[in-house]
Ligand binder design. Structure first.
Ligand SMILES: *[C@@H]1O[C@H](CO)[C@@H](O)[C@H](O)[C@H]1NC(C)=O
Ligand SMILES: *[C@@H]1O[C@H](CO)[C@@H](O)[C@H](O)[C@H]1NC(C)=O
Ligand SMILES: *[C@@H]1O[C@H](CO)[C@@H](O)[C@H](O)[C@H]1NC(C)=O
Ligand SMILES: *[C@@H]1O[C@H](CO)[C@@H](O)[C@H](O)[C@H]1NC(C)=O
Length: 439
């Protein structure tokens, strides 16, 4: 590993110096993939990424909430300064293409996001407040960094990166966050714009960290390899894949025009605990013509929520298996309900040794195995609790897979093949999603 890294450094170094000699400023090789960091905030339990926006001399650092289900990218432009910033005017072709919904006049101090009149407004969904707002359609240059799967290398500019400027941003979770980065399956999402601008494969991978104290998590745009040190394996070679499923009806409450959902759904066929099938009606796992049922993946919910009948069965089977393993049940610690004495559970590299929960997915032998690190959460001293919530008897989506259950796996969304590639828990290889990738 170390020596192949040195070799890469040498090769790239000589490429750079060669082009310097030949033609003045260095011409960088076309990137194979782009890397963005992922930070987790332990208070909000949300995930954030960081990138630069604006003309290179005075770039604005944008700290943005990661939302797999949001279509577009938006920032609070209150303190945004950039001479390359452009707004779209209403009626312009750019506005029509972006499905501009209104003309915005702003009578406050003029700045990006506030122009006197006739600015193109686009309807933007604010997921954590569950409402839509009109925001100013904008574009500017964005700067991102290339990766070889192990380290972060050169910076590249995305010209005409499209986003919207919020006039005011209230209640954005996490006090450093200035905006939101949407990763949904549409061409204006953050990864889609980067892929199409740099001509990369239309895929991205997420590696969500359980904590960012010892290093940051990863977003890879454009494909592998994916190296998770100290493991020397290219993780992209051992992903198992399951189809991404299209929900015919968007699940967020305000979509009036019944469009297909841009969120990521997968097909969970059944659930097993320590090899035993959890009993519930299989019809809950398919999506009906009204868009109800099925399984979606979200970064906005910290924990997985299950339809009551799945939740109750899962709890029953889990506690039965736990008691057979002499794991002692204790009083609930809110907001969790099923809690255990951690002194009765041995610790392993994959967390507390509780019964494994397997989500068996469509595709031959594809399962997502949740070990203790992903199924349990430490609620207080000596108490661990089952990290799942009861979603009630009529949730729109039966299984909403949330952040805690996705941590320390690689999830690769391939938008061309329409598949989700999944690693096994990285903890099994004594590694995780927390790394430093600066060389
Ligand atoms: C996205 O796709 C729509 C419809 O196909 C197109 O009109 C629009 O220009 C595209 N936008 C971007 C930013 O590529
Ligand atoms: C600015 O616009 C708001 C809303 O359109 C309006 O209520 C307010 O009176 C305006 N202020 C000035 C100084 O024109
Ligand atoms: C996490 O978010 C909370 C709540 O907004 C904030 O007070 C805190 O400073 C944030 N922590 C980090 C490390 O960003
Ligand atoms: C992980 O580390 C433990 C001890 O630190 C060691 O016993 C084990 O063999 C390692 N496993 C792998 C897969 O490297």
């Amino acid at each position: 590993m170390a020596s192949s890294q040195t070799l890469t450094t040498l090769v790239i170094f000589s490429l750079v110096s060669f082009s310097y000699a030949a033609s003045g400023p260095p011409k960088l090789p076309k990137p194979k993939a782009i890397h963005l960091p992922v930070r987790k905030n332990q208070t909000t339990l949300q995930y954030y990424t960081t990138f630069e926006s604006g003309n290179p001399e005075e770039a604005n650092i944008i700290d943005a909430l990661i939302d797999l289900g949001s279509p577009s990218v938006w920032y609070d432009c209150t303190s945004y300064v950039s001479s390359s910033y452009k707004r779209a005017s209403c009626g312009s072709s750019r506005c029509t293409k972006a499905r501009g919904s209104s003309c915005i006049d702003c009578n406050k101090t003029l700045r990006p996001g506030c122009s006197k009149k006739d600015t193109c407004g686009v309807l933007t969904y604010i997921p954590y407040l569950v409402y839509y707002t009109d925001q100013v359609l904008s574009e500017d240059t964005m700067r991102v960094y290339s990766t070889d799967g192990a380290y972060v290398w050169f910076s590249y500019y995305i010209k005409k990166f499209q986003f919207s400027c919020a006039l005011t941003v209230e209640g954005l979770p996490g006090d450093h966050a200035k905006g939101l980065a949407g990763f949904a399956n549409i061409n204006i999402s953050l990864p889609s714009q980067i892929s199409s601008s740099l001509k990369l494969a239309k895929k991205f991978a997420l590696c969500l960290p359980s904590s960012s104290e010892s290093g940051l998590g990863d977003i890879f745009i454009g494909g592998g390899p994916y190296y998770m040190s100290p493991s020397i394996e290219d993780q992209s070679l051992s992903l198992v894949t399951t189809p991404l499923v299209v929900n015919p009806i968007a699940t967020n409450p305000f979509f009036a025009d019944e469009e297909p959902s841009l969120e990521y759904f997968i097909n969970v066929k059944y659930i097993e605990i320590h090899g035993k099938r959890v009993a519930f009606s299989p019809s809950l796992l398919s999506i009906d013509k009204n868009g109800v049922g099925g399984t979606k993946i979200t970064t906005m919910e910290p924990y997985t929520t299950l339809h009551s009948s799945i939740y109750n069965s899962l709890v029953k089977e889990f506690t039965k298996e736990a008691s057979m393993n002499k794991i002692k049940k204790v009083k609930a610690v809110a907001p969790f309900v099923e809690c255990f004495d951690s002194r009765t559970v041995p610790n392993t590299i994959t967390g507390p040794a509780v019964p494994n929960i397997d989500l068996v997915l469509e595709g031959s032998t594809v399962r997502m195995r949740l070990y203790g690190a992903n199924s349990m959460v430490k609620a207080k001293k000596n108490v661990i609790c089952l990290a799942f919530f009861d979603g009630g008897i009529s949730p729109t989506t039966s299984i909403v897979l949330g952040g805690h259950q996705l941590e320390n796996y690689i999830l690769e969304f391939d938008l061309t093949a329409s598949t989700l590639g999944l690693s096994s828990s990285l903890l099994l290889q004594n590694t995780s999603c927390s790394h430093s990738r600066v060389y």
